[in-house]
Design a protein around this ligand. Structure first.
Ligand code: ADE
Ligand code: ZN
Length: 357
């Protein structure tokens, strides 16, 4: 495959059309203002914003907490199973158009349970959308409930109890919300319990927090993937370990800029982490709040970082399949599809021989 001769225009098309997986998307963060207003009306909820542009104007964040305050308030319009279905179905239809073959979807049960919404209502709505996506769109997806790290570990244990009757509807657990001051060790016992139960484990770490939180997520929580992890670059030994053990990072470039982890996309360290041999992936985090879905995360990042070309596009898409929690045989099938996409591209881009004319 000659990936060096591809123009920036062709690269844009490759990024948008190549098969890929998304491994870091909070479904509540895919709730677009239009649907948010529709659900508020449907459920008789009075919003503190009169219009959609007024709501959008509030999406001007200074850090993670300033985003989370608005994000949890927005999730307050979700009341019934149908609401969770509609939100997830909208994301899955969008994912299909972006050539996402597989999505591992986070949700925050505790924010809904605190409002009196049973876990059953949340998971049944999300699960129904996923089943419909499998049947009607041929898209694969699975669910990962996250513990809210600003709450206590006892709270996390209570959420786990509520979730376990629906064990067949989710593949693992995650850890999200306010990172600073809520280190991974706060959740060591509940993650140990989840590990005993055979659940897959992921954790947000090193988004705003230090590299030490990434090490502790690995050593104390036994996280198999790190969500964000961009602060790993502050610790050269950790970078070497992530590369050597091929521990995936699910990086969300537009989120990082919106939440001011980086001043701009051109200041992002994703190219450096990739060049260090880490299994980096690109993801959207909360696309309704951060200005773009998965393909926009790819195209804007590649536009800002000249060191990223077709070779890196291939690597990132390959990593997204490799880092997913599906059987090896399915991963290999998707990687074969990716390889075929790139060899098709190469043929299209290589001038046909002119037979001596
Ligand atoms: N919940 C939703 N988005 C999040 C993020 N970027 N970091 C932590 N928790 C989140
Ligand atoms: Zn996240």
């Amino acid at each position: 495959m000659n990936l060096d001769k591809i123009s920036r225009k062709d690269l844009y098309d490759i990024l948008c059309n190549m098969p890929k997986a998304e491994l870091h998307i909070h479904i509540e963060g895919s709730l677009e203002p239009e649907l948010l207003f529709e659900l508020a009306t449907r459920n008789g909820i009075l919003l503190p914003y009169a219009t959609i542009p007024e709501l959008r104007a509030a999406y001007d964040f200074t850090d993670l907490q300033s985003f989370l305050d608005i994000y949890y308030a927005g999730a307050g319009v979700l009341q019934n199973e149908e609401d969770f279905f509609d939100m997830a179905w909208a994301y899955l239809k969008r994912a299909k158009t972006e050539h996402i073959l597989h999505a591992e979807i986070f949700f925050d049960p505790q924010t809904h349970m605190a409002r009196g919404i049973p876990f059953k209502t949340v998971i049944n709505g999300l699960d129904r959308a996923i089943s419909q996506a499998r049947e009607e769109l041929g898209l694969s997806a699975s669910l990962i409930p996250c513990f809210l790290r600003h709450l206590s570990e006892d709270d996390a244990f209570a959420a786990l109890e509520d979730a376990l009757p629906f064990r067949d509807k989710f593949i693992g657990v995650g850890l999200d919300s306010s990172e600073r001051g809520n280190p991974p060790e706060k959740f060591a016992r509940v993650f140990a319990r989840c590990r005993e139960l055979g659940l897959r484990l992921v954790a947000h770490a090193g988004e705003e927090g230090p590299a030490e939180y990434i090490r502790h997520a690995l050593d104390l929580l036994h996280a198999e993937r790190i969500d964000h992890g961009v602060h790993s670059l502050d610790d050269p030994q950790l970078v070497a370990r992530l590369a050597q053990q091929q521990i995936p990072l699910t990086i969300c470039p537009l989120s990082n800029v919106k939440l001011r982890v980086f001043s701009s996309l051109s200041a992002h360290n994703i190219g450096t982490l990739l060049a260090a041999g880490i299994a980096v992936t690109i993801n959207s985090d909360d696309p309704a709040y951060f200005g773009g879905y998965l393909n926009r995360n790819y195209t804007a990042t590649f536009a800002a970082l000249p060191e990223l070309g077709a070779r890196e596009a291939y690597q990132l898409a390959r990593n997204s399949f490799q880092a997913s929690f599906v059987d090896e045989s399915i991963k290999n099938e998707w990687i074969r599809e990716l390889d075929e996409f790139f060899s098709g591209m190469e043929q299209e881009l290589t001038p046909a021989p002119n037979n001596g004319k």
